[in-house]
Design a protein around this ligand. Structure first.
Ligand SMILES: Cc1cc2nc3c(=O)[nH]c(=O)nc-3n(C[C@H](O)[C@H](O)[C@H](O)COP(=O)(O)O)c2cc1C
Length: 168
């Protein structure tokens, strides 16, 4: 019998944008919503299906709370887990490091044996370079509340549909 598990959505957010977008995704996708400052390795370990949501800060760096949590991810075996990455960034002001932090989380998940799902096309974004793009696709869903907030809802709905298929 196949186990049915809720999705664990874990976000780190410095000024609230990623939190707000994660709340919206949670309303569409269901599951459980966690702030990364309030979760531990054991709780993450219980989910087979996860969404990690982070913004990018500094110069292509991970959001601070995620940065602090990164060593904890090293204690988790991601074998059998599928993870979607939601990345907030600003393509207008950071066009050559747009949403780079997505790649830091994706690399860590893969290093720990997990599978990244929910890759998306780069159509509709205007940027020059991003570490979050691999073989022409974002490593998850890139959301830009600074310069493309009008597209966020549509992007989230499309991605949630995709995740439902790829989590199944
Ligand atoms: C000081 C500063 C540095 C930033 N660095 C980047 C960056 O390197 N790449 C990027 O795509 N966005 C960058 N951003 C944009 C943020 O990622 C974006 O505003 C995001 O929505 C913030 O989400 P949060 O409030 O959840 O942390 C930066 C913003 C600020 C204010």
């Amino acid at each position: 019998m196949k186990r049915v598990m809720p999705v664990g959505i874990v976000y780190g957010s410095s000024t609230g944008n990623t939190r707000d977008v994660a709340v919206k995704l949670h309303a569409i996708l269901g599951g459980d919503l966690h702030d990364v400052t309030e979760i531990d390795a054991e709780t993450i370990g219980r989910y087979d299906r996860l969404v990690f949501a982070t913004s990018t800060w500094g110069a292509g760096d991970l959001q601070d709370d995620w940065e602090a949590f990164l060593p904890t991810l090293d204690a988790i075996d991601f074998a059998g887990k599928r993870v979607g990455i939601l990345g907030l960034g600003d393509q207008e002001h950071y066009p050559d490091i747009f949403a780079d932090a997505m790649a830091i989380l994706a690399d860590k998940v893969e290093e720990r044996g997990g599978r990244i799902v929910g890759l998306t096309a780069t159509d509709g974004y205007t940027y020059e370079r991003s570490r979050a793009v691999r073989k022409g696709r974002f490593l998850g869903l890139a959301v830009d509340e600074d310069s493309q907030s009008g597209r966020t809802d549509e992007r989230l709905h499309g991605w949630a549909e995709q995740l439902r298929r790829e989590f199944a």
